[in-house]
Design a protein around this ligand. Sequence first.
Ligand code: ADQ
Length: 496
Amino acid sequence: MADFTHYLNDCKFILVSNREPYEHMQGPHGIEVKQPAGGLVTALDPTMRRTHGTWVAWGSGTADHDVADETGRVAVPPGEECYTLRRVWLNDADVNGYYHGFANRALWPLCHMLIQHFEFRTEYWERYRAVNLRFAHAVADEAERCTGRAMAWIQDYHFALAAEFLRAMRPSLFVHQFWHIPFPPPDILRLLPAGTHDAVLRGLLGNDLLEFQIDRYADNFLDCVARYVPEAHVDHGSQTVTFRDRTVHVGAFPISIDFERFEHMAASPDSVARVKTLRDRYAKGTRQLGVSVDRIDYTKGIPERIRALETLWTESPELRERFTFIFVCTPSRTDLPAYNTLEREVTQSIIAVNERFKTADWTPIVLINENVDSDLLAAVYRAADLCIVSSLQDGMNLVAKEFVACQLDERGVLILSRFTGSAEEIDGAMLINPFNIDGFVSAIRSALEMSSEERRRRMHRMRRLLHNSTIFDWLDAILERATEIMGLQQNHAVPV
Ligand code: ADQ
């Protein structure tokens, strides 16, 4: 595992995210600790352990209060206690306004340019501001506790305003932020009311460095600043903004996965046995197996995918019984009506497709409507002949990269929406436009007909590329750039 401590010598590292790395829950036998399975926690937890930093996050667990001190601090990981988790407490109204409201009903659809889902309410915005301010206070307090330098690293669209608040509280603190989702062009951002879209931009300009997944999102951000923040000066060439006598750096840092971990999971004896079972059941003889994996979210192009499969089996009856599709999807954001409606629609349309085409020994779509553990996911990816990622917009999309990592036999074809960040990085996938159903269908058909040599050639190319572009390379590139800018700032600091 890569070591990043040299970037953080004598510098306190404060990480800020909405979700916490450890959640304490009331269980039937007392307090239990849960660690979310996400790639970000897996990548950052070892760095936090080695640097003894502080992770500031929403204390969402039912027993979080019971184990934290009066400021919300608790030492983690349980039993090892090498870094501090500082919990920020949110009540139901906070969660409703800040998280479900402004973050997920306003910013999420706007950034994905799916404006039919966009909903702005003043109360959401006010809660979002209040919660961002509360997080900024917690971070400033953590920075105050150290004598030397400190670096705060903010994650994502939940905290568009935190950097500006922090800058006012602790002007010397180095602050940077990774924006995991797309950033929209000016005409979309301005659907937020006047005074709000420019406040979001000014908030983000509180950072010293702002990291996006790809250059296109960074360019959109710079275009928005040029248009809506008159006092800022944008230099597209150097990707910098001069604002209030400071330089804000902007750049592209494509996130990735722990490639070797997925490779190892796919290669394990358990996985080999599961691959055999899956292929015996769904891909015997000349039958092929497709897969998709996602949270049920309107950005992921799930209805479009079902429609493409239905059209394929309608127009090419010879492919019935020759191609089975495993649909792994997990409900998400179930507190929002749009997500509940989508989940119902997805289930109903899969049932309808199966009713229409199924035969005595063939079910076209196998629905796994739950969260699957990553060992099983690795086996499903390895067993598949093709994987479909059909997002209408997606910051990066890690499923595409996980599929490639698990394709040890280099048999699979990746059908990838051109509207994902991954599509701009990975060379070797079949790119589709999920809005163009006919083009989508013909891509699936071509993938099914693709020769094994062509599949191997494409997959080999993608595997080679992603081997050298892992989540650790991502972290390394960001910390290297951040410390470089920090060094530049120190060299230019005027002695007082
Ligand atoms: P997401 O929108 O959640 O992430 P994605 O990048 O695909 O999208 O990551 C989803 C993760 O959840 C993957 O690791 C996947 O394996 C897992 N997952 C999904 N469904 C699952 C299931 N049913 N069972 C088990 N695991 C499942 C946001 C942005 C993305 C960006 C990431 C990281 O929207 O564009 O790539 O953050 O920056």
